[in-house]
Design a protein around this ligand. Structure first.
Ligand code: HEM
Length: 392
C-alpha cells in the first residue's frame, strides 16, 4: 500500500513538472499579437461568454472591443471583425489569406439562371396555388409549410436538366452536370474567376443549408412586408397592372420591393456569421493573425442604416458595400445570390399581388431563433384572402 502511494506521488510530480516545463517553453516562444479579447477561463476559453445565438454574443462583445477582437473557443482562436472597415481590411485587402473553407465543391454559371427560369416560375405558381386553396377553404397558412416547396428550387436547379430525369435526381443533372464536366478543367486553371467558378462550401449538408437560408429569408420578408404592404402593392399595380402576374423581368422596375428585401436581409441576415479559415499568416491593423480558423460577424455592422421605405438607401447587397454583406463578398461570396434574389423578389411580389394577408394575433413576432441559417423563433401564422385570381 505504501509502495503504491509513493508511485502515485512520483507520477503526479512528473505531470506537474512537465506542465511547468511546457509553460516555461511557451513563455519564451514568440507569440503573435492577436487583437484584444475579454478575460478567458482556463480550458474553456471564452465559451462561457457565447450564448445560443452566437452572433448576438459577438455583437455584445463588439460593443466593448470593436472593431477587431478575438475569442478563444477552447484552444481555437476566433478573430471577429465587427465593423465595415475591419471587414473590408480582411475581405478585400487581405482576401488571399482568407479564401479557405472546408469540403464540397460547387460550381455556378451565370447563364444557367436564365435557362432554368421555368423551374422558378413553376415553384412560385405552386406556392400561389396552395395559398388560393387555403384562401378558399378559409384555412390558416403557416409560412414554414407553404414555403418548403419553393425552398427546394435551388436544389432542383442544381440537379435539373439531367438526361434521364427532368427534376434531376441524377448526379449529372443541371448545374451538378456542369460542375462534373468542368471540374477537372477548372481545377487546372490558375485564376478561378470569370463566369465559371470553382468553389467550396462549408457544412455537412450544404444543400439543406442554402435551402433553409432562402426559405428563412422569404419567410422573414413576408413578415416584414406585411407592415408595408399597401405602398408596395400600389407600386406593383402601377408598374405591372392587374391583368398578369409579376414576372422576373418586372423586378428591376420595382424599387420599393428591392428596398423591402434589402431591409429584410439587413435586419434579419439569413447567415449572420460568415466564417473563413486563414490559410497564411498575415498582419491586419498591426495585429498578427496566425493561419488558424478565423471568423467575422456581419451582425454588428449590418444594422446601422435605418429603415427607409420608398427609397433605396444607396447600399447594395452584392458584396460592394461592407456595411451590408448578406451574401458575403469577393471570390468566396455566395454563388446562389442571383438565384436567391430572383426568387425572393418574385415570390414576394406575387404573394403581395394576389393576396390580402393578415397575421393571427395582429403582429408578426420577429424574435430570432437559433441555428446557422437564423430561423425565426416563432412560426408566422396568418389567413390569406384572394385579391385577384390568375391561376385556373
Ligand atoms: C437568401 C439566400 C441566401 C443567403 C443569404 C446566402 C448567403 C451566403 C453567404 C453569406 C455565404 C458565405 C459567403 C462568404 O464567405 O463570403 C454563402 C455561401 C454559399 N452559398 Fe449562399 N446564400 C443564400 C442562398 C443560396 C442558394 C440559393 C445557393 C445555391 C443554389 C447558395 C449556395 C452557396 C454556396 C455553394 C456557398 C459556398 C461558396 C464558397 O464557399 O465559395 N446560397 N451564402
Amino acid at each position: 500500500m505504501k509502495g503504491l502511494f509513493s508511485w502515485a506521488t512520483v507520477v503526479l510530480l512528473g505531470f506537474v513538472s512537465l506542465f511547468f516545463i511546457m509553460k516555461l517553453f511557451s513563455y519564451f516562444q514568440p507569440k503573435p499579437s492577436l487583437p484584444p479579447s475579454p478575460m478567458a477561463l482556463p480550458v474553456i476559453g471564452h465559451f462561457h461568454l457565447i450564448g445560443y445565438r452566437v452572433h448576438q454574443s459577438f455583437h455584445k462583445l463588439s460593443a466593448i472591443l470593436r472593431p477587431l477582437f478575438h475569442v478563444m473557443l477552447g484552444s481555437v482562436p476566433f478573430i471577429v471583425a465587427s465593423d465595415a472597415a475591419a471587414a473590408r481590411d480582411i475581405l478585400r485587402e487581405h482576401e488571399k489569406c482568407f479564401v479557405d473553407r472546408k469540403t464540397a465543391e460547387t460550381i455556378t454559371r451565370t447563364g444557367s439562371l436564365k435557362e432554368l427560369q421555368w423551374i422558378r416560375k413553376e415553384e412560385v405558381r405552386k406556392l400561389l396555388g396552395l395559398l388560393y386553396e387555403k384562401a378558399e377553404r378559409r384555412q390558416e397558412w403557416t409560412s414554414g409549410r407553404l414555403l418548403r416547396g419553393s425552398a427546394t428550387t435551388g436544389d432542383q436547379m442544381m440537379n435539373s436538366g439531367g438526361s434521364d430525369d427532368c427534376h434531376g435526381h441524377t448526379e449529372r443533372g443541371g448545374l451538378r452536370r456542369i460542375l462534373w464536366e468542368h471540374r477537372s478543367a477548372a481545377a487546372q486553371k490558375e485564376g478561378r474567376q470569370g463566369s465559371l467558378q470553382l468553389r467550396q462550401s462549408d457544412g455537412a449538408d450544404p444543400r439543406g443549408g442554402r435551402a433553409a437560408r432562402k426559405e428563412n429569408s422569404v419567410k422573414t420578408a413576408v413578415a416584414e412586408t406585411i407592415h408595408h404592404l399597401r405602398d408596395a402593392r400600389r407600386e406593383i399595380e402601377s408598374v405591372v397592372g392587374l391583368s398578369r402576374l409579376v414576372e422576373e423581368s418586372d423586378v428591376p422596375n420595382l424599387p420599393l420591393l428591392h428596398t423591402i428585401v434589402k431591409e429584410t436581409l439587413r435586419l434579419h441576415p439569413a447567415f449572420p456569421i460568415i466564417s473563413r479559415h486563414s490559410n497564411a499568416p498575415c498582419k491586419i491593423r498591426g495585429y498578427s493573425i496566425p493561419p488558424t480558423p478565423e471568423s467575422r460577424s456581419t451582425f454588428g455592422f449590418s444594422r446601422r442604416c435605418s429603415w427607409s421605405v420608398g427609397r433605396s438607401f444607396g447600399v447594395d447587397v452584392k458584396g460592394q458595400h461592407f456595411h451590408l454583406l448578406p451574401f458575403g463578398t469577393g471570390r468566396r461570396m455566395c454563388p446562389g445570390m442571383s438565384l436567391a434574389l430572383q426568387l425572393i423578389h418574385t415570390t414576394l411580389a406575387n404573394v403581395m399581388q394576389c393576396f390580402e394577408l393578415s397575421i393571427v394575433g395582429g403582429m408578426a413576432e420577429m424574435t430570432e431563433g437559433h441555428g446557422a441559417s437564423l430561423p425565426r423563433a416563432h412560426r408566422l401564422v396568418g389567413t390569406p384572402k384572394a385579391r385577384i385570381k390568375f391561376l385556373p
